[in-house]
Write a protein of this length. Structure first.
Lengths: 566, 352
């Protein structure tokens, strides 16, 4: 997030796209609800009518995979209706509250001129995306697109939120670029109660990315390919380092099959259930010469492991987590790890020593020290500074710095922000007569991801014991399907049997299946198509067929789901 | 605990003597008191040293009921040799709880000890003495005053302390409470008229500091008169996050689930864990029928249970005004907020 969670309640417009906020980020959903109670306008863009969509003033139910068309059309309205200038007029009377440098008159237009590049080319490329064109692509009424644009642009304190709903597409990066274009166009960035705010999906994925658990960067997003950065780390770690980026998770699976990768070391991830096209993944993992898995419980991935390294959970170790608002917070050991389980850093250090590179850290805070030396944004973050006030938000470059609540106040990371125009590209697998439904996957409320922890918890299992497919009443009626009846969902990759849940949460033509249930693993069905830049799989769209399974009288139903391949 | 109608009042003149008193009591009881942990939160936990006690914090989360009805409690262990029940008989003193929480425990006593006695609860309860502290400064979320469950009680306590600044007033309401004082009469003195004057002044001041004035009696009557519509409850339910926070933190909520954990085919244990009627699965039956599938059924029922069913069945509201639901609810549909809206003091329209 460029801004902070505490600013949400004071926002005047909250625009949420691709996030089921109250169910997946309940505390942030709570703040959004509070903002709405205090008079803020809530706009939600999501094909599904989620709880946050029910609270919204305006719900844009665009077709899965049409986010670029929707966002471009919104920007089209903002440009053609001169909302860019309109908001400056209101802005002038509210100048006092926003700490703008003196002499700044036309914030929006001057924002674009002073802080961004490539606006003219961008403007040209936006003009074809009229609301009417977008209505044909997204099925959102043109008037609603205009409403959304006017609401978002004409208030100064507008915050934009997004999550996996727009990133898990082959156009995931384009979708985010469109959001970036939108916040720059309206100057809703670099001020409190504004910003581009992705809601990260794990408690420490932000931290993991910050530490460079990505193939092309060291910690702090310093690039592997940058010689100066590489030299710094080579000096610190006394070893030559590769000068080319590595490969991403989705590329690794293909690399196993092509023989390029023969061994893997996996920490805290369950690709067998979480990766798309499970048949493809199973084939790959069966081919590995060696697999080591570090996890807290046995999983479908540990089934393929030659060595399992027992790790410790969040309550069993010291360290920090960095959350979606860049806040670094300490965690402390509350209970000892069971048996031979160890904190992850201990396991890694023990392995490293055996491999000939001794790493000695007596305690977790010494690791933080090294992070602060090598990572400018974490420069002032040390464990003893995290005891009070719920930690620190990076960038925190030195020991006296109080942390940063919102980013890009004076300039962007690259200096000038650049408008990168994006074109609408349809999802990789269109529906057709054989596979007429869009299958979209995601999370349900009580479970988390592959269920390694939550499906071992009695209360959560009771709430959500089995996989259900959400299907719209009109579609269900056409198929003669009722809730609780079993149904086979089939795609070109495979098929699963699940129970139907007839609801108008999903629109006609779209079905939704959560990915938590290994006995009805929806990733047997999903497609291994990825975004060309980020390589993130298109979990949100593929083409599926729905076949009700009629029970024969006198036949005992098989329990739970039956997994089979196409 | 034998309740006596006579309250015996003492003065603890030197606040330092509190440490001495508790340290001596610790030789025969586990002392559970509010402690500030490393992240600044105040939790109720067994103390090792008296200086750990922190009495200046807000409502403790979760409530003290966790010592009488633990969140997870082993009921018995079974094996080829038979069934072995687990009763916790550890003598304990819970020090520094508030009047609302004490009132809540007295309500739990009605549920768990009258009619169908719960042996596990009874075993913990009979070995627990409570030294409560009257509130001089209610939190913004508190509304015990309208319910006669606080900020101080006139009876029903083992020992009730009131902080008069430089000294404590100590009132003993039961024989059990008296016993804790009797051994140490050298540190307690008789109250003087000015002590009682100061006590009354502190009490009046505390009563005047409540930010919320909630009249549950009025809501109760309104519900019975059919004045609270389903449209209203629907708008309340829409804001429910189904997190269970209200139930888990409520000191009066009593529901639990029972599950068996097997160690081997022949042995295992039966435990009970807190449960919440706010969850859909709470009423799930065989064949996957869920009577309370709609959120409104569960939300409405929780309020009705505390405001109508409890008074009808047990003669008291199922709420003590502790404000914990307000502290934990992400949708802000806690008891006080809902009660105030049914009265129409906040908004005149029916929906939220």
């Amino acid at each position: 997030m460029t801004n902070s969670i505490s600013e949400i309640r004071d926002a005047r417009v909250i625009f949420v796209i691709g996030s089921n906020t109250t169910e997946q980020h309940p505390m942030i959903g709570m703040h959004m609800l509070e903002a709405k109670d205090r008079g803020a306008t809530l706009i939600v863009a999501d094909p599904r009518r989620t709880q946050i969509a029910q609270f919204s003033h305006l719900h844009l139910r665009h077709k899965s995979g049409t986010d670029v068309a929707l966002l471009n059309a919104i920007m089209n309205v903002i440009i053609t209706e001169w909302l860019v200038d309109l908001s400056f007029i209101r802005q002038r009377t509210e100048l006092i509250g926003y700490d703008l440098p003196p002499g700044e008159e036309y914030v929006d237009l001057s924002f674009i001129r002073q802080r961004t590049e490539n606006f003219d080319d961008f403007e040209k490329r936006i003009l074809p995306y009229t609301p009417e064109v977008a209505e044909r692509i997204t099925s959102v009424p043109a008037e609603d697109i205009r409403k959304a644009a006017r609401l978002y642009a004409s208030e100064k304190r507008s915050m934009l939120f997004y999550a996996m709903g727009i990133t898990q597409h082959i156009t995931g990066v384009d979708n985010v670029r469109a959001c970036a274009n939108l916040v720059m166009l309206t100057a809703h960035i670099g001020q409190p109660m504004t910003g581009l705010n992705p809601l990260r999906g794990q408690n420490n994925v932000q931290g993991a990315c910050d530490m460079g658990a990505l193939p092309d960067v060291y910690s702090g997003y310093q690039k592997v390919a940058d010689p100066a950065a590489r030299r710094k780390f080579e000096l610190a770690w006394s070893r030559p380092l590769p000068d080319k980026p590595g490969i991403t998770l989705t590329e690794m699976v293909d690399a196993i099959l092509s023989g390029k990768i023969r061994a893997m070391y996996i920490m805290g991830e369950n690709p067998l259930i979480a990766d798309p096209d499970m048949t493809h993944v199973k084939k790959a993992f069966a081919k590995l010469d060696f697999l080591a898995v570090q996890d807290i419980f046995p999983t479908d991935t540990t089934e393929y492991a030659h060595v399992i390294l027992p790790a410790s959970s969040f309550a069993e170790k010291y360290g920090t987590f960095t959350n979606t608002e860049r806040r670094v917070q300490k965690i402390r050991r509350a209970v000892p790890p069971p048996g031979e389980a160890k904190p992850d850093y201990e396991i890694i250090c023990n392995l490293s020593k055996l491999m000939g590179y001794p790493m000695e850290y007596r305690e977790a805070h010494e690791i933080m020290e090294e992070i602060s030396i090598l990572t400018p944004a974490y420069g002032g973050i040390l464990h003893h500074r995290l005891n009070a006030n719920y930690g620190l938000q990076w960038p925190c470059p030195n020991i006296d710095h109080p942390g940063t609540t919102y980013l890009h106040q004076k300039k962007f990371s690259r200096g000038m922000g650049v408008f990168i125009p994006v074109e609408f590209i349809p999802p990789s697998e269109p529906t057709d007569s054989e596979y007429p439904f869009i299958l979209t996957t995601g999370r349900s409320y009580f479970h988390y991801h592959t269920g390694t922890m939550c499906r071992r918890t009695a209360a959560l299992e009771r709430e959500d014991p089995e996989c259900l497919v959400e299907i719209n009443p009109v579609d269900a009626g056409r198929l003669g399907l009722r809730s609780n009846e079993r149904v086979r969902i089939r795609t070109r990759r495979g098929s699963i049997e699940v129970k139907a849940f007839v609801t108008d949460t999903v629109p006609e033509g779209i079905i939704f299946i959560p990915f938590h249930f290994r006995e009805a693993a929806v990733n047997l069905l999903t497609i291994n198509a990825v975004d060309p830049n980020a390589k993130i799989p298109e979990f949100k769209v593929c083409a599926a067929a729905v076949e009700p399974l009629k029970r024969k009288a006198g036949v005992i139903q098989e329990s739970r789901g039956v997994i089979s391949t196409a | 605990m034998i309740e006596s109608n006579r309250i015996t009042t003492y003065i603890l003149h030197n606040k330092n003597h509190l440490s001495f008193w508790l340290r001596r009591l610790k030789t025969s009881h586990q002392i559970i008191a509010p402690v500030r942990d490393i992240s600044g939160d105040i939790v109720l936990t067994g103390i090792r040293h008296m200086h750990e006690i922190a009495l200046d914090g807000p409502a403790l989360m979760p409530s003290p009921k966790e010592f009488l009805l633990p969140q997870m409690e082993q009921l018995f262990h079974y094996s080829d040799d038979g069934v072995e029940e687990t009763f916790n008989k550890q003598p304990r003193i819970i020090f520094g709880i508030r009047s609302c929480d004490l009132s809540a425990i007295r309500i739990l006593d009605i549920f768990y000890l009258e009619n169908n006695k719960d042996a596990y609860y009874e075993s913990r309860r009979t070995n627990t003495v409570m030294i409560s502290i009257a509130c001089n400064q209610p939190d913004p979320t508190c509304f015990c005053f309208g319910l006669s469950t606080g900020p101080f009680l006139r009876s029903g306590f083992d020992l009730q302390l009131t902080d008069l600044g430089n000294r404590f007033i100590v009132e003993a309401g039961t024989e059990t409470g008296m016993a804790l004082v009797r051994e140490f009469l050298h540190i307690f003195t008789d109250p003087r008229p000015e002590d009682i004057e100061d006590l009354n002044e502190v009490r009046l001041a505390s009563q005047s500091r409540f930010e919320k004035r909630v009249n549950l009696e009025q809501v109760h009557r309104g519900i019975l008169a059919g004045e609270v519509s389903d449209t209203f409850w629907d708008s309340v339910a829409a804001r429910c996050f189904e997190c269970g926070g209200c139930v888990y933190n409520c000191p009066v909520c009593t529901c639990f689930n029972v599950i068996d954990q097997h160690f081997s085919p022949d042995s295992g244990k039966r435990i009970r864990i807190w449960d919440a009627c706010m969850f859909k699965g709470f009423t799930r039956m065989a064949g996957d029928v869920v009577p309370a599938a709609k959120k409104i059924q569960r939300t409405k029922r929780w309020f009705h249970h505390k405001l109508v069913h409890w008074p009808t069945q047990f003669g008291t509201f199922g709420c003590v005004g502790c404000g914990r639901c307000a502290i934990s609810c992400p949708g802000r549909i806690d008891m006080a907020s809902v009660a105030l809206r049914t009265k129409g003091t906040e908004h005149s329209e029916e929906k939220w």
